[in-house]
Design a protein around this ligand. Sequence first.
Ligand code: HEC
Length: 138
Amino acid sequence: MKMSRMFMAAGLVLFLSLSIMCTKQEEKAEEKVMGGVSTQEMAPVNVDRAGHDPIADGKGLFTEVGLGTNGKSCASCHKDGTDLVGKAAQYPRVVEMLQREASIQDVVNLCIVQAMGGEELDVEGEKMKSLTVFLESL
Ligand code: HEC
């Protein structure tokens, strides 16, 4: 009696793992459907738990004029950010214009205020975080 129960249990485990394996394979097959491009490749790589991709968000903010009041975006002066490649890693450092040690966030706020006529972003806020992550990705 005990033996047959053990066999039943083993059978159940086998059945469950087989069906899990099958669904996984079906999912994989589905990924390949979309025009030969895997849906996995299409998904953003750095999505956080809330479904945000901070690098993409930061890139969006970089080209947005809404951070300032003079119709300029970061991209107006820094194009696609090519002149800022590797810059984020050089901070914190002493910045002449501020005459003190500054973080990358301080410099971004300096540009927003001085070059865009905008208001400083909250250093801990989502917008600043996304911009920083984008600059670090360059
Ligand atoms: C009106 C032009 C202008 C706008 C708009 C502007 N910047 Fe700047 N930015 C400058 C200038 C000029 C400098 C100092 C010279 C340099 O390093 O390119 C600078 C410097 C920087 C630096 C430091 C570069 C370094 O060499 O260490 C960063 C980072 C930066 N800007 C980011 C931004 C971001 C992010 C935005 C948008 C929120 C922005 N800037 C908007 C003109 C601008």
